[in-house]
Write a new protein. Structure first.
Length: 55
C-alpha cells in the first residue's frame, strides 16, 4: 500500500465544495470533490470514484 500523503491545513471539505461550485474548468470540480471527501474521512477508493479515476 502506498504511503499516506498529508493534507494541507487551512482547507476543509466545506471550503473545497464551495470552490468546486465556483470553478468553470470541467474536471477540476471532480478533483476538488474527491479531496473534500477525503477531508470528510472517505476512503481512497471512494474518493477515486468521485474523481472519476482509479487507484
Amino acid at each position: 500500500m502506498a504511503a499516506a500523503i498529508g493534507l494541507r491545513e487551512g482547507f476543509d471539505a466545506k471550503v473545497l465544495q464551495a470552490l468546486a461550485k465556483r470553478t468553470k474548468d470541467g474536471p477540476q470540480p471532480r478533483r476538488l470533490l474527491a479531496l473534500a471527501a477525503i477531508y470528510d474521512g472517505a476512503t481512497r477508493s471512494e474518493a477515486a470514484k468521485i474523481g472519476g479515476v482509479t487507484l
